[in-house]
Ligand binder design. Structure first.
Ligand code: GAL
Length: 763
C-alpha cells in the first residue's frame, strides 16, 4: 500500500534495478583498517583458515602496494586478517540478518574468502560452494573503481561469533597500482537504510521547454524488512540562495519493492543544488546532494565562424592534413590564400592535404562563407621541426571503453566528431588506448612470422580505420608500451620499437601514447632518470626514422620529473600524474597540483594532467554519467584550458547531452587553451578556499580563473590592483561570452567547487 501524498510527484512502480548511490551510515561498525598481512603470488591454500601466515609481512590498506615496497608487483597477491567478531555486534543491531563487509576499492580484481569459503568476487556474491577459478579476472573490464561490499547472513554457520574468523582476499592486478588502495574498511550489521537503494540517476535530467524533469528510483533490497520513512527534496539556487522547489513525502516499501519518483521544476541558468534527505523509522538518515546542469555557452550561430588553433606545425616532406574548423550553417565554402606549394584545399570540406617540401612560415588567409556571411582568419603554417604547436585536442578510448574498446567504437567516435559538430570547434585526434593488441596470456601468436605486431579480433582492419578517420579530416592515435606488455596485459613494443613505428606509419598513425607499464620491471632503479629516459629516447629515434609525423606522448605518470627532460627526448606531451577519475578530490589533486611543471609547457611540448572526465564514462563496457557535479565540470574544463593542457575527451560521444556539449563547444574557452603563446596558467592567489589562476595570452589579454575549492558557496572580491592593474579594466565573462563592464575590483559569488572564468581585456 502506498502512503505517498504528493501533488507534484507521480510514482511508477518498476522492476528495474540500479546501482546504489547512497553511503550507508551504520553505527554498529567494526573497523578493519589495521592488522592485515600480505603475500605476493598465488596459492589457494592461503584461503584456508588454518593456513599459517605468521611469516607474512604486514601491510597497510587504503594504500596501493607499490607504495609499500612492492613497486614491481603485478598479477596475484593475497591479503589476510584474523578477527574476533563479538556477538554484541549482532545483539546491539536493529536489523540482525546479515554481516556486511566493506573493503573499499581494489585494483584490479578480488575474490573474498571467509573462513575458507568463497563468498564473492568484485563485489558480486557467488553461490555457496562455487568452485574457485580465475574467471573473476575479466580482462575486458577492470573493477578498480568498484567499491567492494559483501554480506553474509548472520545465521550462516560459517560465522564464529566471539571467536577468531579469517578473512582472505585474493587480488589480481593487471598493472600499475595494485591492492586494497582506497576507502574505509569495515564490518557491520545493517541499519534500515542499508537496505534502501536510492538511484538519483546522477546528472540525468529530462529537459522540455522551460522545465527540468527528474526521475529517481528507490528500492528495498531486503527480502524480509519493510522500509518506512520520508523523503524531503529541496532545490536551491547557489548564487542568490532562492528556493526553487521543496517537497516532502512519506514512503513505505514492502520487502523487495521498488518505486520510481518523478518531479519537475523550472529550468535554471545558474549553479543550483538538489538536496535529497531521507529519514527512516529506525532514526537512520541518508543525505545526498546533486548539482543541476546549467548551460552557459551561447548557441552556435548560423553565421560562419573560424575556430580552433590559428597556428599549425608539420615537418617538411611528411603528409600534411589539416581540417579548417568552422561553425555556421551548411553548405559552407572554404578558401585558403597563400597556401604553401603542394598543399591543396577541398573547398567543400575545408580539408587541406599535401606535402610541403621545404621548411618555412606561411601566413595563410582562411575564408569561410555561407548564406549568412563570411569569416576570415589568419592561419600560420609552420613547416619546421615542431609538431603540436598548440595542445592536442581530441578523444581517447580509455575513460569510456577501457579494454572493451573495438574498431567500431573508435569509428563511432570519429563519426560523432563530425556529425555532432565537434570537429567544427577544433576537436581533431581520435585515439585508441590499450586493448587493440593480442593479450599477453593468450595462446594466439602476438606477432606475424616477420615480427609485425598483430591486432586482436576487435580490430579487423587498422589501415582501413586510419583511412576512414583521415577521410573525415581527423587524425588517428594509437597506444603502446616500451615494456613487453601494456598496462592491461597486452602485447607491447619491447625490442620491436623500429618495426612498430613502421607498422604505425603504415596504418596512418598520427599520435602515439607510449605508456611505461611493464617496462618498470626491466629497470634496476625505478627512480633513475637515466633509466626512464632510455626507452623513450629509443622510440623517439624510431618515430623520427619513419615517413610520417607522429605526435609523441610520453606516459610515465610524472616519474623522474618528466617535464624536465620530456622535450629532450622528442616528447610533444607528457603525463605529469597518475590516472584521473571522476571524483572531486582526485580532479582537484591533479589539476590544482600543476604548478612545478608550469614553466616547461610551451608550443610543441605540453604538460598533461590526464584526460577529461565529463559525460558518460566508465573504463569498461558499463558506463555512467560522470560523478563530478556541473560546477565541478565547469572547473575541470576551465582549469584544463588555463593550464594549456591537452584536451582529450574520454566520454562516449554517441551519448552527448546538451550540458556536456556546452562544456566542449565554447570557442572562447577553447581559444584560451589553444592560444599560440602556449603559456601555462599559474596560481597567483590561494586564500580561504579561493584560488585565482592567471594565464597570459598572445593578444596581451589575460585569462583569470577564480576557483572556489571549498565546501561552501563563497562571495569573493578580486582586487585588480593585486594584478598590477591600477586603472579600471574591461572584464569579459568567458563562459557566457559577454563583456561585464569596467572594474577596478570585481565582486562575485562562486558556488562550492565552481569557477568564474574571466578575460581581462587590455588590448
Ligand atoms: C595506464 C594509463 C591510462 C591507460 C591505461 C591502459 O597506465 O595511465 O591512461 O592508458 O594504462 O591500460
Amino acid at each position: 500500500m502506498l502512503k505517498i501524498s504528493l501533488v507534484l510527484f507521480s510514482l511508477i512502480i518498476t522492476l528495474s534495478f540500479f546501482g546504489c548511490n547512497a553511503k550507508p551510515g551504520s553505527k554498529n561498525v567494526f573497523e578493519l583498517d589495521n592488522g592485515w598481512k600480505f603475500k605476493e603470488g598465488d596459492n589457494l591454500n592461503y584461503a584456508k583458515p588454518e593456513y599459517d601466515d605468521s611469516e607474512w609481512k604486514e601491510i597497510n590498506v587504503g594504500n596501493r602496494w607499490e607504495n609499500q615496497g612492492y613497486d614491481k608487483l603485478d598479477g596475484f597477491a593475497w591479503y589476510r586478517i584474523k578477527i574476533v567478531i563479538p556477538s554484541s555486534l549482532k545483539n546491539n543491531a536493529e536489523q540482525k540478518d546479515s554481516l556486511i563487509f566493506n573493503f573499499g576499492k581494489i585494483n584490479d580484481f578480488d575474490q573474498f574468502f571467509f573462513n575458507g569459503e568463497l563468498i564473492g568476487a568484485n563485489s558480486e556474491k557467488v553461490k555457496p560452494g562455487t568452485k574457485v577459478t580465475d574467471s573473476y579476472k575479466n580482462l575486458d573490464h577492470s573493477a578498480w573503481n568498484v567499491d567492494r561490499r559483501y554480506s553474509i547472513p548472520s545465521d550462516n554457520n560459517l560465522i564464529k561469533w566471539d571467536k577468531e574468523n579469517v578473512i582472505a582476499i585474493r587480488v589480481f592486478d593487471l598493472g600499475l597500482s595494485g591492492g586494497l588502495y582506497s576507502g574505509e574498511l569495515s564490518l557491520s550489521m545493517p541499519q534500515l537504510n542499508d537496505y534502501l537503494e536510492i538511484n538519483i540517476n546522477k546528472n540525468n535530467f529530462n529537459i522540455t521547454g522551460k522545465m527540468f524533469g527528474k526521475t529517481i528510483l528507490i528500492s528495498n533490497r531486503s527480502g524480509a524488512y519493510k522500509i518506512v520513512g520520508n523523503l524531503e527534496i529541496k532545490i536551491e539556487n547557489n548564487i542568490d540562495e532562492t528556493e526553487i522547489f521543496k517537497d516532502k513525502f512519506s514512503f513505505f516499501l514492502a520487502p523487495e519493492e521498488k518505486k520510481e519518483i518523478k518531479f519537475r521544476f523550472n529550468k535554471t541558468n545558474e549553479s543550483t543544488t538538489i538536496q535529497y534527505k531521507l529519514a527512516f523509522d529506525d532514526n537512520s538518515k541518508i543525505q545526498i546532494t546533486e548539482g543541476v546542469p546549467y548551460i552557459l555557452t551561447p548557441p552556435v550561430k548560423a553565421e560562419p565562424q573560424i575556430n580552433g588553433a590559428l597556428i599549425y606545425g608539420e615537418r617538411p616532406g611528411k603528409p600534411f592534413l589539416y581540417r579548417i574548423a568552422a561553425t555556421g550553417k551548411r553548405p559552407m565554402s572554404y578558401k585558403a590564400d597563400n597556401l604553401p606549394k603542394d598543399l591543396y584545399l577541398d573547398g567543400k570540406t575545408g580539408i587541406i592535404k599535401g606535402k610541403v617540401k621545404n621548411t618555412g612560415k606561411y601566413d595563410v588567409t582562411l575564408t569561410v562563407e555561407n548564406e549568412f556571411g563570411v569569416d576570415t582568419k589568419l592561419l600560420e603554417i609552420v613547416i619546421g621541426d615542431k609538431l603540436s604547436l598548440t595542445p592536442p585536442m581530441g578523444w581517447n578510448s580509455w575513460n569510456c571503453w577501457g579494454l572493451s574498446v573495438s574498431q567500431e567504437k573508435i569509428y563511432d567516435a570519429a563519426k560523432a566528431f563530425v556529425d555532432k559538430g565537434l570537429a567544427d570547434h577544433g576537436w581533431t585526434y581520435i585515439n585508441i588506448d590499450d586493448g587493440w593488441e593480442i593479450f599477453g596470456e593468450s595462446d594466439e601468436p602476438k606477432r606475424s612470422p616477420n615480427g609485425e605486431i598483430l591486432t586482436n579480433k576487435k580490430f579487423p582492419d587498422m589501415k582501413k580505420l586510419g583511412n576512414d578517420i583521415h577521410a573525415l579530416g581527423l587524425k588517428f592515435g594509437i597506444y603502446s608500451s616500451p615494456g613487453t606488455l601494456t598496462c592491461g596485459g597486452y602485447t607491447a613494443s619491447y625490442k620491436h620499437e623500429y618495426q612498430d613505428a613502421r607498422t604505425f606509419a603504415k596504418w596512418g598513425i598520427d599520435y602515439l601514447k607510449y605508456d611505461l607499464c611493464s617496462y618498470r620491471k626491466l629497470m634496476n632503479d625505478q627512480n633513475s632518470v637515466k633509466e626512464l629516459i632510455s626507452p623513450y629516447q629509443l622510440m623517439n629515434k624510431a618515430l623520427r626514422s619513419i615517413d610520417r609525423d607522429i605526435v609523441y606522448y610520453i606516459c610515465e605518470y610524472g616519474n623522474g620529473k618528466v617535464w624536465e627532460w620530456g622535450e629532450s627526448v622528442g616528447g610533444n606531451l607528457w603525463r605529469t600524474t597518475g590516472d584521473i577519475w571522476d571524483d572531486w578530490d582526485r580532479m582537484y589533486e591533479i589539476g590544482f597540483g600543476q604548478v612545478e611543471s608550469a614553466k616547461y609547457a610551451g608550443p610543441g611540448h605540453w604538460n598533461d594532467p590526464d584526460m577529461l572526465v565529463i559525460g558518460w564514462i566508465g573504463w569498461g563496457p558499463n558506463l555512467h554519467q560522470t560523478k563530478l557535479t556541473p560546477d565541478e565540470q565547469y572547473t575541470h574544463v576551465s582549469l584544463w584550458s588555463l593550464l594549456s593542457a591537452p584536451l582529450l575527451l574520454g566520454n562516449d560521444l554517441t551519448k552527448l547531452d546538451d550540458f556536456t556539449l556546452n562544456l566542449i563547444t565554447n570557442d572562447e574557452i577553447i581559444a584560451i587553451n589553444q592560444d599560440k603563446l602556449g603559456k601555462q596558467a599559474t596560481p597567483i592567489i590561494k586564500k580561504e578556499g579561493i584560488e585565482v589562476w592567471k594565464k597570459e595570452l598572445s593578444d596581451r589579454n589575460i585569462a583569470i580563473g577564480i576557483f572556489n575549492v571549498s565546501k561552501d558557496n563563497k562571495s569573493y572580491k578580486l582586487d585588480l590592483k593585486k594584478l598590477g592593474l591600477h586603472k579600471a579594466v574591461t572584464l569579459r565573462d568567458v563562459w557566457r561570452q559577454e563583456n561585464l563592464g569596467e572594474f577596478s575590483e570585481f565582486n562575485t559569488k562562486i558556488p562550492s567547487h565552481g569557477v568564474r572564468l574571466l578575460k581581462i581585456l587590455l588590448n
